[in-house]
Ligand binder design. Structure first.
Ligand code: 5GP
Ligand code: ZN
Length: 121
């Protein structure tokens, strides 16, 4: 299957991982909209939100809660936005939740390497 996130999960494409457990990974978005733009990606290939089992959604929600607190503390953010794209708005057809610290509050200031360093130290 030609899925870019499955390739990232198999380490065939490199990524900056800030979190991993048995069900999901969280990586830095390659083309961030804001500083600290992170994607939570389930290890199971599920095309979009409609295919997500409630248990997996619940787990993603727990991870999102943990990472929201971490991102906001480490980046000193005042807010954070969750985004799930669907249909033609969803470019990668493997479900993912976007975490966007300070979306609509602050301009992007750092490159991804710098943010990754802050989040993983
Ligand atoms: P969506 O499918 O929700 O429209 O957005 C896909 C997101 O995945 C975009 O924000 C895009 O920058 C990100 N993305 C696409 N390809 C890669 C990749 O190879 N690595 C990483 N880290 N992010 C990617
Ligand atoms: Zn996939």
């Amino acid at each position: 299957m030609d899925c870019i996130f499955c390739k990232i999960l198999k380490n065939e494409i490199p990524s900056k991982r800030i979190y991993e457990d048995e069900k999901v990974i969280a990586i830095m978005d390659i083309n961030p909209v804001v500083d600290g733009h992170v994607l939570i990606i389930p290890k199971e290939h599920v095309e979009d939100y409609q295919g997500l089992k409630p248990e997996l959604l619940q787990h993603i929600y727990k991870v999102a809660d943990k990472l929201t607190k971490e991102l906001m503390t480490k980046l000193n953010s005042k807010g954070l936005t969750f985004v799930v794209n669907y249909g033609d708005s969803q470019l990668v057809k493997h479900f993912h939740l976007h975490l966007l610290p300070d979306y609509q509050l602050k301009e992007k200031e750092m490159d991804v390497d710098k943010v990754f360093e802050i989040l993983t130290k």
